[in-house]
Unconditional design. Structure first.
Ligand SMILES: Cc1cc2nc3c(=O)[nH]c(=O)nc-3n(C[C@H](O)[C@H](O)[C@H](O)COP(=O)(O)OP(=O)(O)OC[C@H]3O[C@@H](n4cnc5c(N)ncnc54)[C@H](O)[C@@H]3O)c2cc1C
Length: 376
């Protein structure tokens, strides 16, 4: 049985799908949001919620910066439970080589009008007294912030529904068809276009997509207000985030508004079950202890895992599928999907509406991945 026709079906109510649905509905499109589980329950629930401007490539910078500006514009509208905290980031340097990287980053950001501040050893210790002695400095990025992502996803779904979107929870899409989707219960929903924003499951719905699961672990502690004041990230994080093969851990600790600390992070390919892996968890916590020795005295409450959706060139897929013009992709955001969700939604909808995009969209177009033919 085929039911009602919508202008757009959005698959997945993670932060990316939710933001896309809100933006489609704002444009006046009739929208169905199809979610196999709950709103914000996939990687969005597993992630850290760091809204961070990144400089790994010009394209990554452009997307993170644009999206951060959109988050800033939204700040006063975000409900209390989104826990927006303008804590800023400190990239921590352990030696002179990493301090050279601090200076490179500072120049890169200054040239693009992002405010930063170089910290020497003493000012780093003053800013974060629980960091171990002997660190050489860091880069403070005051414009970065932190949110609680599942509630942000719910906020976007609420915005979409206020504009008439219909939410179908517990509704798993089996296949994307030429005129909509077929559901796992055998029924179909038709639509003018489909947005595949199913995160790390997006390639199961669009065969040929080079999106792989990249497992990550996080730990949350009991409440220790002010133990850290900024999101603290080691500069070695970049090596960890951007090697595509290795299993890696990096020091990445976040203060929550509740006073809790989120401790991350790990990256693994080829580990597709969601079990907590104690070996990698131990490596991750040992790494955090190297920077914050006092963490050893704190109580942790829970550890969990989640799956980033990784592409080979570390950029998301945003825009029309090269072979199916009614299928749009909004996936492959790896470790930056919370940050880049809002920019993704703007870019998806601008392309749907045939409007100029606010930043050049070419680096994110799915067509870049299809040197070889992709099917269905
Ligand atoms: C440990 C970790 C830390 C992270 N930290 C950060 C961070 O600090 N900052 C940042 O910006 N990003 C971070 N990320 C990345 C971020 O969490 C993701 O990029 C983002 O949540 C992706 O959102 P999404 O909506 O694309 O996917 P998801 O949140 O996974 O949502 C996809 C949704 O699609 C649904 N779905 C899947 N298949 C189907 C189907 N067949 N039918 C219907 N529904 C379906 C799922 O149920 C799910 O709800 C982190 C990720 C991890 C794992």
């Amino acid at each position: 049985m085929t039911v009602k026709t919508y202008d757009a079906i959005v698959i997945g109510a993670g932060i990316v799908g939710s933001a896309c649905a809100a933006e489609c509905a704002r444009e006046g499109l009739s929208v169905a949001i199809l979610e196999a589980g709950i709103v914000g329950g996939g990687a969005t629930a597993a992630g850290m919620g760091h809204l961070v401007v990144m400089d790994d490539s010009e394209a990554q910078f452009a997307l993170t910066r644009y999206s951060q500006q959109l988050w800033d514009e939204l700040r006063d509208e975000l409900p209390h439970e989104v826990e927006h905290d303008a804590c800023g980031t400190i990239w921590v340097a352990v030696d002179d080589e990493e301090m050279a990287e601090v200076r490179r980053k500072e120049t890169f950001y200054a040239e693009r009008r992002v405010k930063t501040e170089i910290l020497d050893a003493q000012s780093l210790a003053e800013a974060e007294p629980n960091l171990r002695p002997g660190l050489v400095g860091g880069l403070r990025v005051p414009g970065d912030s932190v949110i609680y992502p599942p509630c942000a996803a719910q906020f976007f779904v609420d915005q979409a529904m206020a504009k008439g979107a219909k939410l179908f929870l517990g509704t798993a899409v089996e296949a994307i068809t030429s005129d909509g989707v077929r559901l796992r219960d055998g029924s179909s929903i038709s639509a003018g276009l489909v947005v595949n924003s199913a995160g790390s499951s997006s390639s199961a719905l669009t065969p040929g997509l080079e999106v792989k699961k990249r497992k990550g672990h996080l730990v949350i502690t009991d409440r220790y207000p002010n133990f850290v004041r900024h999101q603290l990230v080691e500069l070695g994080y970049l090596k960890s985030a951007h090697t595509l093969t290795a299993e890696s851990v990096a020091f990445n600790v976040q203060p929550r508004k509740t006073g809790q600390l989120l401790i991350g992070s790990s990256r693994q390919f080829g580990a597709d079950d969601s079990k907590v892996d104690t070996a990698i968890l131990t490596r991750m916590l040992d790494r955090a202890l190297e920077y914050l020795p006092g963490l050893g005295k704190l109580s942790s409450l829970r550890a969990w895992t989640g799956f980033r959706a990784a592409t080979p060139d570390k950029l998301p897929l945003i825009g029309p599928h090269p072979e199916h013009e009614r299928l749009h992709l909004a996936t492959g955001h790896e470790g930056l999907g919370i940050t880049t969700s809002l920019a993704t939604a703007k870019l998806v909808v601008a392309q749907i509406m045939n409007r100029e995009t606010a930043i050049p969209v070419a680096p994110y177009l799915p067509a870049r991945m299809t040197r070889e033919p992709v099917h269905g």
